[in-house]
Design a protein around this ligand. Structure first.
Ligand SMILES: *Cc1c(COP(=O)(O)O)cnc(C)c1O
Length: 419
């Protein structure tokens, strides 16, 4: 500029749900038979797409007929894995309104994943409004049957159409949805506990890594170990990480001698497959510790994880507290202590030998709670207690309460209606 003052760049447009345009499909698909649904296979009529351009910022969000994306072959996401996603579900309320469960947690988590990959930022409330709009449009896809829901998959990908190894200032945010049945068939046979292979040679996450973010890049390297575990007869992997006490290593390094023998050789549990890990440990006095690894950067901050911890907290509150929800089947006199602490596979095995492990399970949106029956650990199997119906006493109480909240049968401030 002539006065020598550099021109202020225009502020980039934030994601704005009020700019949403809806272009409905001319013909709608036939709805599939609910019993034939396989997770993530069914495509609905519409999707939501919004693009971010480097100079303009976020454009107009659009709900359009479901179709393939068009990507330049040089797109950043195809080369450098600038891909992230979320997973959540909408259930139908008895009055026919779709209900979301704590969608603010997913929206915020997605902004953190975007920040971690240096993808364009966006306002989480706008994302939530767009999710609600798409769910409202696709509401007819939610089967009116117990346990059925609409799985919602918001994604953000870097679309900078060049191969330079720099952050992607072009991006596409899209949301697709897919009707889905209960993870465990409600056929009266109950839930079958899964088997896990404790992995010593492959790690999912590590200190300073990206395990706490929902990135596509965290998933790709897990398929080969999972495939090998399946060949050995295990359904998923129990992810471990060497449990080195940082104080201990500091002291060793300060002495100038790295004595490997002195480092702890125990392996701490991080996650169970793509779920957060929980162990229910019985205290001497019969109260329960609900143990799950802390959010130290190696664990995904799951919405289901947080909700299980909160429900345990609520169980212990005095009855006149407005947040009070007693866990069904667990007497109010039996306290349930939420414990975010590290637990090693060796400690779990020792507690199991003493008969103090009531149950272990995974928690996540897809299965809600998945009991774990068997863990393959150093060439032998640890067999955890089995219960009629599959769930142990605490996980049964948690799953019942959560499923009640999902469909609006249990009133909760966590429920958000899509109207
Ligand atoms: C998504 C996910 C979970 C579960 O998170 P929810 O918000 O409860 O669905 C747990 N672990 C990993 C690795 C995940 O990607």
């Amino acid at each position: 500029m002539s006065n020598g003052i550099p021109k202020q760049p225009m502020p980039l447009a934030d994601l704005d749900a009020s700019k949403l345009e809806i272009h409905l499909a001319a013909t709608l698909k036939d709805l599939p038979e609910p019993s034939s649904l396989l997770f993530g296979e069914t495509k609905t009529d519409h999707m939501l797409v919004v693009e971010h351009e480097p100079l303009a910022g976020w454009g107009k969000p659009q709900i359009v007929p479901y179709k393939p994306l068009e990507l330049d072959p040089a797109s950043h996401c195809l080369h450098y894995s600038s891909n992230l996603f979320e997973g959540m579900k909408a259930y139908l309320c008895p009055d026919g309104v779709p209900l979301l469960f704590r969608p603010d947690m997913n929206a915020t988590r997605m902004t953190l994943s975007a920040e971690r990959l240096a993808l364009p930022p966006f306002n989480p409330d706008a994302l939530m409004a767009l999710i609600k709009a798409l769910v409202s449009v696709e509401k007819r896809w939610i089967p009116q049957l117990p346990g059925y829901s609409l799985y919602i998959r918001p994604c953000l990908i870097g679309t900078r159409p060049a191969m330079g190894v720099v952050p992607s200032n072009h991006a596409t945010l899209f949301i697709i949805v897919s009707p889905t049945g209960p993870f465990f068939k409600h056929d009266g046979a109950g839930v079958k506990p899964v088997s896990l292979y404790a992995s010593f040679d492959h790690v999912r996450s590590w200190p300073g890594g990206t395990g706490a973010f929902k990135l596509g890049g965290n998933y790709a390297p897990t398929f080969m170990p999972a495939y090998r575990a399946a060949q050995e007869g295990y359904q998923q992997i129990l992810w471990l990480l060497e449990d080195v006490d940082p104080k201990e290593t500091d002291a060793i390094e300060a002495n100038g001698a790295v004595d490997v023998e002195k480092k702890s050789s125990e392996m701490r549990i991080t996650e169970a497959g793509q779920m957060n890990f929980f162990a229910v440990i019985v205290r001497e006095d019969g109260d329960l510790d609900l143990v799950t690894p802390p959010l130290d950067g190696t664990v995904l901050p799951g919405v289901t994880r947080d909700s299980c911890l909160e429900l345990a907290r609520f169980h212990n509150l005095p009855t006149d507290d407005p947040l009070y929800t007693c866990l069904p089947g667990i007497p109010a006199t039996r306290k349930v202590y939420p414990c975010e602490r590290n637990i090693t596979i060796e400690e779990l095995a020792r507690l199991h030998d003493k008969g103090r492990v009531l149950e272990i399970f995974g928690a996540g949106t897809a299965a809600v709670i998945c009991p774990i029956g068997r863990v393959g650990y150093r060439h032998k199997d640890i067999l955890f207690p089995e219960y009629p119906g599959g769930y142990g006493p605490l996980s049964k109480a948690l799953v019942e309460t959560l499923e009640g909240i999902f469909v609006g049968k249990v009133k909760s401030t966590w429920s958000v209606r899509c109207e």
